[in-house]
Ligand binder design. Structure first.
Ligand SMILES: CC(C)(COP(=O)(O)OP(=O)(O)OC[C@H]1O[C@@H](n2cnc3c(N)ncnc32)[C@H](O)[C@@H]1OP(=O)(O)O)[C@@H](O)C(=O)NCCC(=O)NCCS
Length: 158
């Protein structure tokens, strides 16, 4: 009889010491055509601020994705969500998003919002989780070739 192996996903709180892991995922998860990825210094800068937390997703101990979030008073923001291309469509993004919402609620937030490039298929994930569009920033993202893309602001009640 063959042995079936189902990879286990762990969600772990991370910090500045996990930046190598975050940046490795960042580089392969975000298409440079759209200008959505953050630099290492942007990540390390924000990780030092009050109310910011990092959640790492690991599959069988290996980096699979991460979520970077912050809470200010009763408003939480999902700053970045990324899953490595080879690990997509296994529910890791949904699990990270649910864990961010739970932690945001625990930290006192009543609403979770985020910004997303118009046309990003991540919209399906957010819509299914109850997010709705509340605003738009024209030409917010700038791609490698100089083209720009609107950002849509989404929010959901916690
Ligand atoms: C968006 C992202 C985090 C989703 O991660 P993921 O682990 O693949 O997401 P999940 O497997 O949890 O998907 C949950 C559901 O969301 C929807 N979904 C996710 N990605 C989708 C896609 N590319 N197209 C259509 N629906 C999608 C589906 O309904 C999916 O459920 P299903 O697979 O049972 O149909 C991942 O695609 C990613 O890292 N993208 C690049 C970075 C990025 O754009 N991040 C968001 C910035 S705002």
């Amino acid at each position: 009889m063959s042995t079936l192996h189902s990879p286990a996903t762990d969600l772990i709180e991370g910090g500045v010491t996990d930046l190598d892991e975050v940046m490795a995922t960042m580089q392969i998860a975000f298409d440079p055509a759209f200008g959505e990825a953050w630099t290492r210094s942007q990540c390390s800068g924000i990780l030092g601020l009050n109310g910011v937390w990092l959640l790492l997703a690991r599959q069988d101990g290996r980096a699979a994705g991460f979520a970077l979030s912050r809470v200010v008073l009763d408003e939480a923001e999902l700053l970045l969500l990324a899953v490595q291309p080879a690990q997509r469509r296994f529910g890791i993004g949904r699990a990270l998003l649910a864990a961010v919402a739970e932690e945001a609620r625990f930290r006192g937030a009543a609403r979770l919002h985020l910004e997303m490039r118009e046309g990003n298929p991540a919209a399906y994930l957010y819509e299914a989780a109850g997010f709705a569009e509340i605003g738009r920033r024209k030409r917010y993202y700038r791609g490698r070739d100089g083209s720009s893309f609107d950002a849509i602001t989404l929010a959901c009640r916690l």
